[in-house]
Design a protein around this ligand. Structure first.
Ligand code: SAM
Length: 295
């Protein structure tokens, strides 16, 4: 999988070189490149934002800069000929081809967070089909485990991190109108300063599902929100079986796998009913057995 991330703070993604995601890049399972949106600006101030049309507080990310950046990353025809440039904004303009060359060499030289796995990028290029373009947005539908599962099948993802009051609404609309698979997702009912943390969340949820990512693939089979029955997981314990006077449920030490499975399933259903009744309401009841129904 090849992942491109566009941000005004690409350094946020330096940490993707750590831990399991870092190992996945070393193994060539995933290539991650973080790009600085300001590399696509042409004015002396490298501005990426402007005041909201219609008035109001804050600044909005400009469509022209995003357009040139995404045309390049998505390898689409340069749509900027349709843009109207106000006369006073052409001052300080640099040649676009100059930037394209710079981008090429920056990705060749592992700008941002690309790792040793960069060497596998070319092999990905050959099979890259239909990149999915993803924008984090607090006013979009919630990103779920089902979305992570679906997106883990993609060969290429391009994330665009919003900042300020967000990005001009025409940016996702334009790429949708050009046939790109564009998604907008919220990671929760709260507002962050920027899309970087939201992208990190989605990135981790998606990449950990890649085949070969986990040392033990079983670890991602029985998890909260996963599979045909998206329940919360049962509670987990390890040794010692008694700690500070608190014993683990006796049945877990019985060695009877049937009983342990039943106990865990009952607990998963009870916990989900109590903590997330919305998940229970969405369950396909035909998957429940007689015992489940009594709970
Ligand atoms: N004015 C926007 C609103 O009220 O919906 C908030 C903009 S927020 C300060 C700036 C950027 O952070 C957004 O464009 C988005 O990319 C990201 N962001 C903030 N909260 C988010 C969330 N809960 N989920 C996903 N992205 C979020």
């Amino acid at each position: 999988m090849q992942i491109d991330i566009v941000s005004v703070f690409p350094e946020y993604f330096d940490v993707t070189g750590l831990s399991l995601l870092g190992k996945a890049q070393e193994k060539g399972l995933v290539t991650i490149r973080a790009h600085n949106l300001r590399d696509w600006t042409h004015d002396v101030h490298h501005s990426v934002d402007d005041t909201p049309v219609g008035g109001g507080a804050g600044m909005v990310m400009k469509p022209e800069v995003w357009g040139q950046c995404l045309d390049d990353l998505l390898d689409m025809p340069d749509g900027s000929s349709q843009e109207q440039q106000p006369a006073d904004q052409t001052a300080g303009t640099t040649d676009v081809t100059e930037h394209k060359e710079a981008m090429k060499s920056s990705s060749d030289t592992s700008d941002g967070i690309a790792s040793e796995a960069d060497s596998s990028a070319d092999s990905h290029e050959a099979g890259v089909a239909e990149p999915v373009l993803i924008f984090p947005n607090p006013s979009a539908p919630l990103f779920t485990q089902a979305d992570a599962t679906e997106l883990s099948q993609a060969k290429r993802l391009v994330f665009g991190c919003g900042r300020y009051e967000g990005y001009d609404a025409r940016i996702p609309d334009y790429y949708r109108s050009k046939g790109v698979d564009v998604r907008e997702y919220s990671i929760g009912d709260y507002v962050l300063n920027g899309g970087e943390v939201a992208v990190s969340v989605m990135l981790e949820a998606i990449t950990r599902l890649l085949p070969g990512f986990m040392g033990n693939p079983e670890s991602i089979v029985q998890e909260s929100y996963t599979g045909d029955e998206p329940l919360l997981e049962y509670r987990q314990y390890t040794r010692p079986t008694t700690w500070r006077g608190m014993a683990v449920p006796e049945i877990l030490t019985s060695g009877d796998h049937g009983k342990v499975d039943r106990f865990r399933r009952d607990e998963a259903i009870r916990r989900t009913s109590r903590i997330r009744p919305d998940l229970i309401a969405r369950l396909d009841c035909s998957t429940l057995d007689k015992h489940d129904r009594r709970l």
